[in-house]
Design a protein around this ligand. Structure first.
Ligand code: ADP
Ligand code: NI
Length: 218
């Protein structure tokens, strides 16, 4: 089996495990993350199989998508050895997908991701900002019955993972101040930082316009 055939199998595995999700982690998200990871890789000297496999698989063991992450992880390990990914590459992929998520970074000491992981993390985070980011935040917020906005509820300054997942007093607009506007300064690679500039401007314009309309100033 060559790497192209491996990636084809990995894509199928990811698709089979992601299609049920309706919270903005569907397979369309995976497709965009993979495409962005490919694009960012062009400027970096990364192992393309590790990068793209991690992009395809980064959400399949997430504790908000699967009931039992440990079993999901074991299943994934078995699958990767069946498609003859090398042991060191499997280890890298698992390390990346277990350590890269935003929620994970809230509770844990920052770990140094390998270049491949930095690329996938950037690709995942770029998909949370800009026009797609605005759409996903509204989609997620609606799905979880968040309020659109409430000026009396202030954005939280810092959060644990548990607080981040507690949507009791969350509003869609606050999510921008709690997470989305901060992403730009957390990105790893120069190419991702460049792409983020325009997306950041778009979100800021959106928030300015939103506030003006909310206050009947426009
Ligand atoms: P990660 O897997 O990086 O931790 P999340 O599961 O936190 O990502 O987020 C998935 C998508 O849902 C992202 O686009 C994110 O911005 C959005 N999202 C997460 N939490 C909220 C929230 N409280 N309100 C609105 N959107 C949210
Ligand atoms: Ni993701």
């Amino acid at each position: 089996m060559n790497n192209e055939q491996r990636l084809e199998k990995i894509a199928q595995y990811s698709h089979a495990h992601m299609t049920q999700d309706r919270t903005g982690h569907g397979y369309d998200h995976i497709r965009r993350v993979v495409a962005m990871a490919r694009k960012l890789s062009a400027k970096e000297n990364a192992d393309l199989l590790v990068t793209l496999a991690s992009a395809y698989l980064h959400d399949v063991i997430d504790d908000k998508l699967v009931d039992d992450p440990k079993t999901a992880l074991d299943g994934l390990k078995t699958f990767l050895s069946e498609v003859e990914v090398s042991a060191p590459q499997i280890e890298q992929i698992l390390f990346i997908i277990q350590n890269m998520s935003f929620a994970h970074t809230l509770d844990n000491k920052p770990v140094q991701l390998p270049l491949e992981g930095q690329i996938v993390q950037d690709s995942d985070w770029l998909d949370a900002i800009g026009a797609i980011g605005v759409t996903r935040a509204i989609y997620f917020g609606g799905h979880h019955s968040e309020k659109i906005y409430d000026p009396r509820i202030k954005p939280r300054e810092s959060m644990t993972k548990e607080e981040y997942r507690n949507l009791q007093n969350e509003t869609i607009i606050n999510h921008f101040y709690e997470k989305l506007l901060k992403i730009k300064d957390k990105l790893n690679t120069p190419s991702a930082k460049k792409i983020a500039e325009n997306r950041q401007r778009f979100m800021l314009d959106f928030l300015t316009e939103f506030q003006a309309e909310w206050d009947a100033k426009k």
